[in-house]
Design a protein around this ligand. Sequence first.
Ligand SMILES: NC(=O)c1ccc[n+]([C@@H]2O[C@H](COP(=O)([O-])OP(=O)(O)OC[C@H]3O[C@@H](n4cnc5c(N)ncnc54)[C@H](OP(=O)(O)O)[C@@H]3O)[C@@H](O)[C@H]2O)c1
Length: 294
Amino acid sequence: MKERIALITGATSGIGKAAAMSLAKQGFVVIIHGRSEEKTQRVGDEIRMATGNNKIDTVVANLFLLGEVRKMAATLKQKYDRLDVLINNAGGVMNKKRETTVEGLETTLAVNLLAPFLLTGLLLDLLKKSPDGRVINVSSNSHKLNAKPNFGDLQLENGYDPLRAYGNAKLFLIWVTQRLAGMLKKYGISNVTVNTLHPGAVATNFGVDSNLGGFLNLASKLARPFFKTTEQGADTLVFLASSNEVKGISGRYFVNRRQATVADKYFTTENENLIWAYCEKQTGISVSDLIVGS
Ligand SMILES: NC(=O)c1ccc[n+]([C@@H]2O[C@H](COP(=O)([O-])OP(=O)(O)OC[C@H]3O[C@@H](n4cnc5c(N)ncnc54)[C@H](OP(=O)(O)O)[C@@H]3O)[C@@H](O)[C@H]2O)c1
């Protein structure tokens, strides 16, 4: 069998870096994505040194910006003719004060939802060329705890709160993943699966710089010693990327390697349609065209 090729976004720290290390140890060709050239190169070198795997590539893009997602996808498509695993891991909770990108998008929604939506769409043709293509979207239990969508104000111009924005984005990421799984099935693409997961509460840089406010800053500091290590946090990602047990399983949400239930409080087909249409409009892609395309 050919070497499996995996792309991991946000592989410069935390869960993504631990997953990259683990897949490199298993002999995968690993493409490390980061937003800083210097840091990404450094992590690439560290993984080569630690694992003895020299098939470590790097790619740089700021995933707040859809323009950079497009460039990143184009670069990868020039270099590779197949992709076996795409782990959309980059993301996190943003600051107490709402911020928008130069493209006019609220930052939490941009990096946690729109960037993975676009990257997956643009790389679908490479994934379709894999005998066992897997897309793994890192969501969060926060979709249960913190989501409170306003479907008329998806970018929370009013009522922004960092955890609310984060919970919403991770909820919508689950919805679009489930929808994509259904579409792939409908079009007879059985060699590409898409799933989401919650990694657990993991001691990473997650939220460390976010200044969520006095109480939450203190609570997360106090709880940190009880969090999972990054290796433990990466376990379900690595499992979904490499285990035969999940081959062919699609549209599911995993916690601790097991399928888990998704909060249904805000789910209606109408809401899901609205989020899907919103993602297609913001990113300028038609996923069904990309599924059907060569
Ligand atoms: N830690 C937890 O308890 C927890 C729980 C549930 C879900 N998650 C999810 O797990 C995923 C990984 O987070 P983590 O805990 O490992 O946090 P982390 O240590 O902060 O790692 C986040 C990664 O994403 C990258 N990233 C963030 N914003 C980016 C941007 N605009 N463009 C490009 N890359 C960007 C970071 O790059 P830099 O290295 O340059 O900062 C880093 O590599 C996230 O999706 C997070 O929401 C984490």
